[in-house]
Ligand binder design. Structure first.
Ligand code: ATP
Ligand code: MG
Length: 578
């Protein structure tokens, strides 16, 4: 694989981590712990690090969250205001009878109350469990059942459309409504008005459960990953070095808090780092996004490949038509980022997208490209200081580390980092199986090169075995999207007698291109040239769109099930399953 280094535009601030090698070598987690304050009364609480401590440091009036409503309104919440409101919310939970460890589920769009609720829940030492607001009733019920919901915070409209019919399944559940009132539900506004804005966070054991996050369900039924308050050490530190957050940054994480990125990096990490975090209530819209980048003077932008592909579809013109001079750092997570997207960023925005890798289970960024480091397009980067990542071969109950560079194997992380999940709720055996000795085995395949950069190959379930070759779908997809007509590609293996499996690609075209046999042959020829005949797809099928999870990830398992007429499995996370 060729490696092309990118010339980055001159950074306007010196990076928080000037040299990865030096920091990585000498790093101890105690160094990251020293960057948070801890509770005055002892212990560690996410909300204290994210909000209250900034007041003690004289930054209470700095804007913590700027909320952009769908219809053009703007609400600014300073750190001091966020502290008062989250105190009130913690008091409301207490008044409603919730105790340490009780589960606060939240089903709402991106409204200010959601952010207040998350932080107030941490303060009260309850567990915050966000649900993506586009879920239908069954996925909502499934997660609330598994999680043992004590309280649901939602809106009138969502209650009526999705939850009302489920309530008899949850007899003890308290329902708190963001807007207005309804029978059997408590009005948040009325309770907040009555509540005191003083709340003292009780000494919090760092191992206290803080978050219950469901995985995206790309490969099957979602799992409920449990995270504790100690995770804040990794959130704060990774926000600082992987996203290069500085206190005067205006930062925009485009992920919804229904997914782990939207809480770890849409709430906790940015607030811990004292930035102004932009929250946009509206759904993706390219024009709106470019306007936000310009008008809000976003300096650090954290987004996902699915959004980047949608922007790439529209080309360079919209970028040129906006003044994006405030933007200094762009990052991406959630799916593999094709080298083509990194190069596009560099050409069009004058800086690369910095890919990073992590999972719901890891709680925080594990492998990343950093501001001070050269970016190799197509690589996820190098481990976060404190994280020991390796390529391993699993043999029974043990994981053997593959030291030799360039060899494909399972991507594993040595256990014990602060934001490591502490369990899959209700699935202890499944949790145990993720660990082989000291290693957490991620379920993704990757390679490491001589310089310690990691390269994603595919999920272990998606890897294709064809005529003695192990083919990672990502490599094939990346070659396909380099063709000027191709916007997105999903690659799967189809069983075949002689080769074992053959490679088949599903391709969505850019505007201005129409499916035809000629185009198919041209794309196949392009892929053969890039990949060689053994790896290139034998067949290509055009699709208007590829099936995706609600969080925007291509669902290869569904392409395969439909192709082979197999059961489609859990579809509750499919983009359009409502
Ligand atoms: P499920 O576990 O329910 O199937 P999921 O794995 O998609 O869903 P998440 O925890 O949201 O749920 O996603 C983590 C996964 O996303 C990673 O294991 C990896 O497969 C993929 N991923 C995330 N970031 C990257 C990246 N930068 N490059 C490649 N893959 C990535
Ligand atoms: Mg997963």
């Amino acid at each position: 694989m060729t490696v092309r280094r990118i010339e980055k535009s001159q950074p306007t601030l010196s990076p928080n981590m000037p040299a990865w090698d030096d920091t990585y070598r000498g790093f101890r987690w105690a160094d990251a712990r020293a960057l948070i304050d801890g509770l005055p009364a002892g212990g560690m609480n996410i909300a204290h690090e994210a909000v209250d401590r900034h007041i003690a440091h004289g930054r209470g009036e700095h804007v913590a969250i700027r909320w952009l409503g769908k219809t053009g309104e703007t609400v600014d919440l300073s750190y001091a205001e966020l502290a008062r409101r989250s105190n009130r919310f913690a008091n409301v939970l207490r008044k409603l009878g919730l105790h340490t460890g009780d589960k606060v589920f939240c089903l709402s769009g991106r409204v200010p109350e959601l952010y207040v609720a998350a932080l107030g829940t941490f303060k009260a030492q309850c567990v915050f469990a966000p649900l993506f607001s586009a879920f239908g009733p069954e996925p909502i019920a499934q997660r609330m059942r598994l999680g043992g919901a004590n309280l649901l915070l939602t809106t009138q409209a969502l209650l009526k459309r999705k939850v009302a019919g489920l309530l008899d399944q949850f007899p003890g559940l308290k329902v708190l409504l963001v807007d207005g009132a309804a029978e059997g539900a408590v009005s948040l506004r009325a309770e907040m008005e009555r509540a005191s804005d003083h709340f003292t966070i009780a000494p919090t054991d760092p191992e206290t459960l803080a978050l219950l996050h469901f995985t995206s369900g790309t490969t099957g039924t979602p799992k409920g990953a449990m995270h504790v308050h100690e995770a804040v050490v990794a959130h704060n530190y990774s926000g600082r070095v992987a996203l290069d957050l500085h206190p005067d940054d205006i930062y925009w994480c485009t992920a919804d808090p229904g997914w782990v990125t939207g809480t770890s990096y849409g709430i906790i990490a940015p607030l811990c780092n004292g930035v102004t975090s932009i929250v946009d209530e509206a759904e993706f819209d390219a024009t709106r996004w470019y306007d936000i980048l310009e008008q809000q003077k976003i300096s650090v932008w954290y987004t996902a490949p699915t959004a980047i592909r949608r922007l790439m579809k529209l080309g360079a013109e919209p970028v040129k038509a906006h003044d994006l001079s405030a933007l200094r750092y762009m990052a991406s997570v959630g799916e593999p980022l094709n080298p083509e997207a990194v190069r596009w960023g560099n050409e069009v925005f004058g800086m690369p997208f910095h890919d990073n890798w992590w999972q719901t289970e890891t709680g925080a960024i594990m492998i990343s490209n950093y501001a001070s480091m050269d970016v190799k397009p197509g690589s996820m980067g190098r481990p976060l200081p404190g994280i020991e990542a390796a390529i391993v071969q699993v043999e029974g109950d043990t994981a053997r580390v593959i030291e030799q560079p360039g060899v494909q194997g399972e991507l594993a992380i040595r256990r014990g980092w602060p934001s490591m999940f502490r369990g899959y709720l209700g699935q202890e055996e499944r949790y145990r199986k993720c660990f082989k000795g000291d290693w957490y085995v991620s379920g993704d395949l990757a390679k490491r090169d001589e310089e310690g950069y990691f390269w994603f190959v595919g999920r272990s379930d998606d890897v294709i075995k064809s005529a003695g070759h192990l083919i990672g779908p990502f490599e094939v997809e990346s070659a396909l999207v380099e063709h000027p007509a191709v916007n997105e590609a999903g690659v799967i293996g189809i069983p075949e007698e002689t080769a074992g499996e053959i490679v088949k690609a599903f391709v969505a075209l850019k505007p201005g291109f129409a499916p035809s046999d000629d185009l198919k042959l041209e794309i196949m020829a392009h892929a053969r040239k890039q990949l060689g005949p053994a790896v290139a797809p034998r067949d290509i099928e055009f699709r208007d769109e590829l099936p995706k999870t609600k969080s925007g990830k291509i669902m290869r398992r569904l392409l395969k099930a439909r192709e082979l007429g197999l059961p489609e499995g859990d579809l509750s996370t499919l983009e359009k399953s409502e």
